[in-house]
Design a binder for this molecule. Structure first.
Ligand code: PMP
Length: 293
């Protein structure tokens, strides 16, 4: 579908909220927060735990206050900006589970049968921006609100075989190439194995740096994909971080700057980033630490 991840924030609510008029949201960072705000336009949103000022952990599911009347339970599998990833699939006792997998789709195996809806914006691991993949359980179709635009109505889109209007053809074409590449490279199994090797290498380097590099995220929920860290101690040294980025660019390592809302550094280890790329990054990090500590 079109509309990207943010389009899906609205589409999920427009298609499911009508069931009871309320929905449960687990807000663990930037993107689930935006999704909850969008959904609140269409019904009552219940936050299953209070929104943290600084994301960095996920409260134990035993402590969540879930609404037994919720139309669906929503969470973001991997918070791209904040570097928090769910290490488990939440239990919802039969209520449809919705997951934003924009930044983790195709990086690990997922039991699709556990979900009501999975969606993922393509631009991280499956192709160019502008397309979003939506997987919906058939029995959830047919619940869209009357005001739901046809371009966002999952039932209508399926009926029209995903060509209700002109699709983002070039993006879909490239996506097919990327999916063939994943298949040829050993499929999602191979992507997951590589992802685990990459994160082990980078977190290992951070851990062994004597706090020169510091990752603020609770170890139990650290993302394998988006790894935020500070340079020069726990609170980061901004001038050292600027130098880090400048020297990394000289070695052709780009886009390592943390999101503007978080600061510091963020390494995004999407499928297209190879193990060799991460080896180059940690080699540079070790060298940089030697020169600046
Ligand atoms: N969800 C997540 C987890 C994301 O990382 C992003 C984009 N970075 C979005 C949603 C929004 O996607 P889009 O920009 O395609 O609307």
């Amino acid at each position: 579908m079109q509309g990207g991840g943010c389009g899906a924030f609205a589409a999920v609510a427009l298609n499911l909220m009508n069931r009871t008029g309320t929905a449960d949201y687990a807000v663990t960072g930037t993107w689930s927060s935006k999704a909850a705000k969008e959904a609140a336009k269409y019904g009552k949103v219940n936050l299953v735990f209070p929104k943290a000022d600084k994301p960095g952990s996920i409260p134990d599911q035993k402590t969540w206050s879930m609404d037994p009347n919720a139309s669906y339970v929503y969470y973001c599998d991997n918070e791209t900006v904040d570097g928090v990833e769910f290490p488990y699939i939440p239990e919802t006792n039969g209520i449809p589970l919705v997951s934003d997998m924009s930044s983790s789709i195709m990086t690990k195996k997922v039991d699709v049968s556990k979900f009501g809806i999975i969606f993922g914006g393509a631009q991280k691991n499956i192709g160019p921006a502008g397309v979003v993949v939506v997987i919906i359980r058939e029995d959830l179709l047919g619940n869209a609100m009357k005001v739901c635009p046809s371009v966002f109505d999952f039932t209508h889109i399926i009926k029209e075989n995903s060509i209700h209007n002109t699709p983002a053809t070039f993006s879909v074409y490239v996506m097919e190439k990327v999916l063939q590449w994943i298949k040829k490279s050993g499929g999602v199994d191979a992507m997951q194995k590589q992802s685990e090797e990459k994160e082990r290498l980078l977190y290992g380097t951070i851990k062994q740096s004597n706090s020169f590099y510091h990752c603020p995220i609770d170890e139990r929920v650290r993302s394998r994909i988006n790894i935020p860290f500070r340079v020069g101690g726990k609170n980061g040294n901004e001038s050292l971080e600027a130098k880090f980025l400048e020297e990394a660019e000289k070695l052709k390592m780009y886009q390592l700057k943390g999101h503007r809302s978080v600061g510091g550094i963020r390494a995004s280890l999407y499928n297209a980033v190879t193990l060799e790329d991460v080896q180059s990054l940690v080699k540079f990090m070790i060298e940089f630490q030697k020169q600046h500590s």
